[in-house]
Design a protein around this ligand. Sequence first.
Ligand code: M6R
Length: 572
Amino acid sequence: MCGIVGYIGNKKASPILINGLLRLEYRGYDSAGIATIENNKIKIMKNKGRVNNLYQLEGINELVGTIGIAHTRWATHGKPSKENSHPHIDNSNSFAVVHNGIIENYHELKKFLTEKGYKFVSDTDTEVIPNLINYYFDQDKLNDDKKVLRAVKNTCNSLKGSYALEILSIYNKNKMIVARKDSPLVIGKGDGENYISSDIPAILSYTKDFYLLDDNEIVELSRNEVKFYNRDLQEIQKPIKSIEWGALSAEKDGYEDFMLKEIYEQPRAIRETVGAKLDNGSIEIEGLELSKEYLKNINKIYIVACGTAMYAGIVAKTVFEKLCKIPVEVDIASEFRYRDPLIDENTLSIYISQSGETADTIAALKLAKLKGAKTLVISNVIGSSITREADYSIYTHAGPEIAVASTKAYTSQVVLLNILGMYFAEKLEIIDKGTIKKLKEDILKLPSQIEEVLKGTDQINEFAKKVYKEKDMFFLGRGTDYAVSLEGSLKLKEISYIHSESYASGELKHGPIALIENDVTVIATMTNPDLVEKSMSNVQEVVTRGAKVFVITSENIKNDGITRNNKNSKNK
Ligand code: M6R
């Protein structure tokens, strides 16, 4: 996730923009840039690295424009570099754009524009936007004061994906246009000036009065006016909202802590990770090109990672084996690297690392490479160390993880691994069209289903209040529910310091059941209809020993036994 700031008023824009970027740096920090208009020209200054690097550029203090846009980047397309930094400008130097989000049809748009003679200097999806605005501007034969606005509207209507945009144009030197879809954007109203940002904290020190934009809205701002339009350029009215947050609470978007904020960011993280991968006939994953021949000859897939990322790998084992019929081993990177694992050129080794900087995972990858295996990395950070070593790198788009305790990164990894399994199965031609269609539909439904679950957290709060003082807790599950329980147990230990273990339900009777005594809390996950009966008998075993059981199940599993046997059970 990147950060956006903008200003239009009578003051020098650059210090306001840089100040705002510094406040947003936690959202992305591989590069930063600003653009202003001076003497009828757009001036852009940008640099790779943190905002400080931008601040130190020669001439930055001499920028005197009183209108400007700014961006701090967290790469989604193209490595961190000056060329890939925002703002991006069109070929005629007339339109500058900063963008948060992902344009899913940018390949198509780039091809279209290239055929029209446009040239591109970056690897980003964003660069198509100013050029497309320029294209529509040139096509428009009406020369009225809405011409730029129309070009922006036509551009927005051509984009697939998510965007929050700020646009400067030399044809409208005293106006700025902003637009949003599936990526946040707010306008802070001042006196004879207006502020724009992706996040309230960046501009909260200047104003408390905000317009919160909704999807598909386009706004034209001048110093004294803010005009809102829908996607057909009909003018609409929006209420102003007064925000009374303190600075820290604002950084967390009003959530109590970053972890909670990131839990609520899961639907967006998953939407952006899925992107356009499932849109066409067969699954396409940018950066990945594995032939049927290669996949047919794989003797084994190794999935190697640490902690949460490794637990995402355990989910993938079930998926890959089921869909692709290839044996999968999941290994802890710090174990794998010090063994002599059985790998050869017919082994595909997959490494999962949110940060892309975990030393054990990087070392494990290097070892597999030495042994001749192909290496595929799943990371959340473009250009991170591990991606520079791998044969193939594919990305989750969860945005920066501030909380340290993974939540949105884990769910995005699980989703991407599922898509990867489907991609392999499709290439191998061992999956029927009906199954793949159903799986695609299920994945596309996930973000809104998570939104639903997040609306009903009262039961979870109630349960947490009852158990937060306990010393030990147990998690049970079968199949992928067991994999998810491992992650649940890790999260509980990590954030509440409660000792916790996770067991495959069927293993309970082989020893661990000795630990289940009166009043111990057990969290049992059972979302697979085929395994509910089996799981229920394990729940019965612990209930008999006096355990309190919290059941996590699926709304479409109708098993009276679950609720009859457990007065604490919850359906989610
Ligand atoms: O950045 P990585 O995914 O390589 O990090 C691996 C683990 O340290 C990480 O997944 C850790 O277990 C989680 N942050 C815990 O919530």
